[in-house]
Design a protein around this ligand. Structure first.
Ligand code: AMP
Length: 171
């Protein structure tokens, strides 16, 4: 786990001054680290009878699709506005400045489906909290929110359903 933590690169002042950006591309591009990260996460859910993975644009698609393949499920995409071609449901949420919106196809999973929502990194938790709403509005049961990494000092997990958050690497 220390090896995986160590391979994530810190980029100071990106995308703006004062933010230390966790660059996960170094983990993704290293074959052993990428496989290990996916295997560790998938292992947690094997035997849990997960019905569907929901991945959040864009880096959540990477983790989400590899997990879905390993668990034998499909993946549902949560995308930025105007990208999904069929009928959508949407959710808006507050950012530090302004707000953002995410969309999901209204027939993206069966109501009652047991779902893992996947994203690369848990920061303030606003994005994942909005997606949990979107999934629940569609009748999905959120089994767990899964992340490669978590910035614990931001306390994002307090915005998410209690006991339903898992991150592989903590910073
Ligand atoms: P949040 O809604 O604050 O939890 O932020 C969620 C999204 O922003 C995640 O999908 C991350 O990809 C990205 N993000 C936020 N802060 C960082 C950071 N310090 N390093 C890398 N990605 C970040």
């Amino acid at each position: 786990m220390e090896q995986l933590r160590g391979i994530i690169r810190d980029i100071p002042d990106f995308p703006k001054k004062g933010i230390v950006f966790k660059d996960i591309t170094t983990l993704l591009s290293d074959a052993r680290s990428f496989h290990r990260m996916i295997d560790l996460l998938a292992h947690r859910y094997l035997g849990e009878k997960i019905d569907q993975i929901v991945g959040i644009e864009a880096r959540g698609f990477i983790l989400g699709s590899a997990l879905a393949y390993k668990l034998g499920t499909g993946i549902t995409l949560v995308r930025k506005p105007g990208k999904l071609p069929y009928k959508t449901r949407s959710v808006s949420y507050d950012l530090e400045y302004g707000s953002d919106t995410l969309e999901i196809h209204e027939d993206a999973f069966t109501p009652g489906a047991k779902i893992i929502v996947a994203d690369d990194l848990l920061a303030t938790g606003g994005t994942m909290a909005a997606v949990v709403d979107l999934v629940q509005q569609g009748g999905g049961i959120v089994h767990e929110c899964a992340f490669m990494a978590e910035l614990e000092f931001l306390g994002g997990r307090t915005k998410l359903p209690e006991g339903k958050v898992y991150s592989l690497l903590k910073f």
